[in-house]
Design a protein around this ligand. Structure first.
Ligand code: NAD
Length: 446
């Protein structure tokens, strides 16, 4: 099938490449001319495992193209994906300006029937708004083309986006149009061979399904962080509690890791947007309010522990050098949107500390965000971050941080202390190497 994808971010680019790999002919449209020029030359704007090879292969096969020409994108394909950003507005609601701008573009240039498939995460009722824009612009043109607006939310995980798109757990299709449903079934047939993963429902339920999924995951994280805070004050070990409750199949082991709070471009904004939607509908979502409040507080926990440690010894963080491992909001991505590392760095700088940080892939992104500043040194390896540092703070659970040389750590860190926001290590092992180990929801060791 001929497919056009508007937006070449994490969702649009990965979806476009995966559809092209399955045999479809995909044209990706973006307003960012530098990004498009880079992609045309085979340069990836983001880090996603497997993405570069997939894009190069499908480009060479002539099944994946990139353009800034929106009119060409609209005219070329009967099926058009919306995968543009929906950032939070000041009041927490989802900003639909990019989605609605693409809707206007489509209506301006469409010259026959079109199926508009919305992959962006959008509040309930957005498909109706998109349809309204299409109708209005078509009427202004005096054109009368048939269209359907389908909700097809995306569930990929950054860091595993290609694999998730290639092997989705479910494909949610929100439509009441048999024509659109048949088109999506044909489009997704290559991903639907093992068993039927397509779940067809009405548009509003599909739109809400995406928010419900993210809100549930965010709730699990905030719940676990809440219990970690209780465990810490009781002298209990949250990791033991985690294993204890995870073994109950009704609870399960997934997504119950305590830490420094959730971040990234989805959970924070989607929880806020759902709260806003609920309030607009006259309902106060007290559980979601609490999820959000716990997360806001949790993102400050690592800094609180560091600062409390020095304060308890009559000192302060002024003049200290803190090694930081991990800047991305989670492993296997360079995405630092709403990353907890940003809270930590800002707080450390405010307290007068210098940061010496390493992340396996997010260094360029960190340079872009923070620019040159005297209190930030971005270094090439985890061990280089330790040189001349007083203590270590771990923010992202990259695999490469999991088995460090603790003796080298103990030698390098002047104050011989590790603040671990991800509970990567066995406290007894760290303490045995002469280090003090402060983690989340567990007693301090050493
Ligand atoms: P992104 O910010 O990485 O990419 C959005 C892209 O859209 C940018 O390249 C931007 O230049 C482009 N764009 C903006 N206006 C445009 C226009 N008029 N025409 C063409 N391109 C335009 O965003 P993302 O992370 O890919 O997310 C996209 C949507 O998918 C959001 O609604 C998000 O909530 C949702 N989502 C994201 C993820 C994720 O993990 N990132 C997962 C599921 C769903």
């Amino acid at each position: 099938m001929k497919v056009t994808v508007f937006g070449t971010g994490y969702v649009g680019l990965v979806q476009g490449a995966v559809l092209a790999d399955a045999g479809h002919h995909v044209l990706c449209v973006d307003v960012d001319a530098d990004k498009v020029a880079g992609l045309q030359a085979g340069r990836m704007p983001i880090h996603e495992p497997g993405l570069e090879a997939l894009v190069h292969r499908t480009q060479q096969l002539g099944r994946l193209d990139f353009t800034t020409d929106a009119a060409e994108g609209v005219r070329r394909s009967p099926v058009i994906f919306l995968a543009v950003g929906t950032p939070p507005d000041e009041d927490g609601s989802a900003d639909l300006q990019y989605v609605l701008a693409v809707a206007r573009t489509i209506a301006t240039h469409m010259d026959g029937p079109r199926t508009v498939i919305n992959k962006s995460t959008v509040p309930v009722g957005t498909a109706d708004k998109v349809a309204q824009v299409l109708r209005q612009v078509l009427a202004e043109r005096g054109a009368d083309h048939v269209f359907d607006v389908v909700s097809n939310p995306e569930f990929l995980k950054e860091g595993a986006a290609v694999a998730d798109c290639q092997r989705p757990d479910r494909i949610i299709v929100g439509t009441d149009s048999p024509r659109a449903e048949a088109q999506l079934r044909e489009l997704y047939a290559p991903f639907n061979r093992n068993h039927d993963k397509i779940v067809v429902m009405d548009v509003k339920s599909a739109e809400l399904t995406k928010y419900a999924a993210n809100a549930m995951l965010a709730t699990k994280i905030s719940f676990m962080n809440e219990i970690a805070n209780i465990a810490e004050r009781m002298g209990a070990d949250i990791e033991a509690v985690r294993r204890g409750i995870g073994s109950d199949p009704r609870i399960g082991y997934h997504f119950i890791y305590p830490g420094v709070g959730y971040g990234g471009s989805c959970f924070p904004k989607d929880v806020k947007a759902l709260i806003h939607t609920a309030q607009e509908a006259g309902f106060e979502p007290t559980l979601l309010d609490a999820v959000e409040a716990r997360n806001r507080a949790q993102r400050e926990v690592l800094f609180s522990k560091i600062s409390a440690h020095y304060a308890a010894r009559g000192g302060s963080l002024a003049g200290k050098t803190v090694a930081v491992w991990g800047l991305a909001f989670k492993p296997n991505t360079d995405d630092m949107r709403e990353a907890p590392s940003r809270n930590l760095l800002q707080a450390l700088w405010q307290a007068g500390a210098t940061v010496q940080a390493h992340d396996p892939v997010a260094m360029a992104e960190a340079r872009r965000i923070f620019g040159e500043r005297p209190d930030l040194r971005l270094v090439d390896s985890p061990m280089a971050a330790l040189q001349g540092a007083d203590c270590l703070a771990i923010v992202t659970e990259w695999q490469s941080f999991r088995v460090p040389d603790f003796d080298e750590l103990a030698q390098a860190l002047t104050d011989r202390i590790v603040f671990d926001g991800r509970n990567l290590y066995d406290p007894a092992v760290v303490a045995r190497h002469g280090l003090t180990y402060v983690s989340i929801g567990r007693p301090v060791r050493g």
